[in-house]
Design a protein around this ligand. Sequence first.
Ligand SMILES: O=P(O)(O)OC[C@@H](O)[C@@H](O)c1c[nH]c2ccccc12
Length: 267
Amino acid sequence: MTTILERILETKRREVEVLRQRINREGPLPERTVPFRSLAQRLRQDERLGVIAEIKRKSPSKGVLQANVDPAERARVYEQGGASAISVLTDETYFHGALADLRVARSAVQLPVLRKDFVIDEVQVDEAVSAGADILLLIAAAMPADRLGELSRYARSRGLEVLLEVHGEDEVEAAVAAEPTLIGINNRDLRTFEVDLGTSERVLQRLPEGTLAIAESGIMTREDAQRMAAAGARGILVGELLMRHADLASVRTQVADLRVPLGAVAK
Ligand SMILES: O=P(O)(O)OC[C@@H](O)[C@@H](O)c1c[nH]c2ccccc12
């Protein structure tokens, strides 16, 4: 059975080829013009659970969430609600996102911005740097451990912070060895699309002390946020809950509501 991840990776291999050919034809990508913004620093100083608020029009698991989004306006509302960073889906085929969304969102706020895509090659890292991204998502399940380490170290050498996503305990070792800035735990199983917040609870126990961990997906209520904070997450990544709201005032309230105190959670 071909999983959705395998299908997406097939598309990405073609995109990488096209991008390489374009660079050969037209020369290197434009230089980055903006300074880097750090999410890790923000999270370390924060006494509340960090919220990475996502701009996602559509997803393979949920279909269209909101087709017409103004990324600048959304980013501003997320910032006003107290978000720690903005995550922008830049994949076009499966999520109807774009790299342009990232540029537009970032220039509207002071927050660090995460490029959310399926990165398998250095040239996509260069593209993220050029577009002004501050953080890059890497997915452990998308490649062998040695490639994961190479890409993670390459991205960090280019100034990006790396959020490395795992889906279970079996991926923790490779993730830690890749020396990312942050480790994300995806509560959504990419094969079945099932969401289980217990995934974060289990994996968080296995992470080395001091790891900046982000619980990803399926967080729908303040209670869910509290549960993730209690399990040791320093931040959460939230998409659907926020994208289902079109009313900007309630989006702002939603973000603020998720910023639960970390309380006794060790730093
Ligand atoms: O919409 P949710 O359930 O709040 O999830 C957000 C985010 O975690 C999810 O979009 C995500 C996590 N990892 C990914 C990798 C690729 C694409 C998307 C994702």
